[in-house]
Design a binder for this molecule. Structure first.
Ligand code: SF4
Length: 312
């Protein structure tokens, strides 16, 4: 029996054993909280209710959320091992659909009535039940699928009735890089097929209500990595090949989350690197989206031992 939640198709029955992502069968959330760090049409003035799921099907070695996404790093990091607040003991750690839905019910009224499913791919088969649990509570938020981009087309087709906005990363077009950094050599072809399916479902428009809050569409994110400009240029080429009308968020916020990372992952992005990528954004005809400021590195360092991980 294989797990079919994501393209790894691990040969495991998750009711008995865990696969690559280390996730249990039941969804677990490290926290459900108000978040103001997403793109403007998702946050408005009030913010979004983000469900930060634990574990991840990519486990990128440079993950910016690795306190919650990468249990292997937690196991190998003595600083984290000795911290009683971590090791799946997050301030508001929630297990199961009903517990997560109850917490969403508390947070959602403070937001723009949008729920973000952050790193949801390994719990994809639970998303319909989670959305239905919200409906039973008379909650009908816009649902944002905030994914690392490593999703199968079959999964996305099954999710189509439940997702309003796709917010995928598009990390790599270089298979060797995808293997080295995210253990997924097939990431380029998988992410490309996934984005084509999202585009088929939602098109390139990002319609908003009278307050400027999006209720349908796609925003593609790309985090520019230090020393990997050529990969970023190829990613922008691939997105533009699907449609130059897609909304793209270029992110410059990379910072080294741990010591000892390979290549040039031990530093932040240079101005010259980011300039090359932003120049290429326009050169390939992309014209919708957001270009993050280079100094954003200081603003996006979550600490999931806090009740509000993005506030210091
Ligand atoms: S969701 Fe987890 S267990 Fe399932 S195939 Fe993906 S990595 Fe493997």
């Amino acid at each position: 029996m294989n797990c079919t939640n994501c393209p790894r198709h691990c040969p495991v029955d998750r009711t008995v054993v865990r696969g690559f992502c280390q996730a249990d069968r039941e969804p677990e959330a490290a926290t459900v909280c108000l978040h103001r760090g997403e793109e403007p049409p998702l946050c408005g003035t009030k913010g979004i209710c983000n469900i930060f799921f634990e574990h991840c099907n990519l486990q990128c070695i440079y993950c910016q959320n690795q306190q919650i996404s990468n249990p292997r790093n937690i196991q190998n990091n003595p600083n984290i091992q000795n911290n009683p607040n971590i090791q799946n003991n997050f301030p508001s750690s929630l297990k199961g659909i009903e517990a997560i839905a109850d917490r969403v019910a508390e947070v959602l009224p403070q937001t723009e009535n949008i729920v973000g499913l952050v790193s949801p791919s390994h719990y994809a088969d639970s998303i319909p039940a989670l959305v239905e649990a919200l409906h039973r509570r008379n909650l009908h938020p816009t649902i944002v699928y905030n994914t690392g981009g490593y999703d199968s087309v079959e999964t996305l087709r099954a999710l189509e009735p439940y997702i309003d906005i796709y917010l995928p990363d598009f990390k790599y077009m270089d298979p060797a890089l995808a293997l080295r950094y995210s253990h997924a050599e097939d990431y380029p072809q998988v992410a490309l097929a996934a984005l084509k399916e999202m585009y088929y479902q939602k098109g390139s428009a990002l319609p908003t209500d009278d307050d400027g809050i999006a209720y349908r569409g796609i925003i593609v994110r790309h985090l520019v990595l230090p020393g990997q400009v050529e990969n970023s240029l190829a990613v922008l080429d691939a997105i533009a090949d699907i449609s130059t009308n897609l909304h793209v968020a270029l992110m410059a916020q990379y910072f080294p989350p741990v010591e000892g990372l390979p290549d040039q992952l031990g530093r932040t992005l240079t101005e010259e690197e980011y300039q090359k990528v932003t120049d290429h954004f326009y050169a390939v005809g992309l014209h919708r989206g957001w270009l993050q400021e280079l100094d954003a590195q200081a603003c996006y360092r979550p600490d999931f031992t806090n009740q509000q991980p993005f506030e210091r």
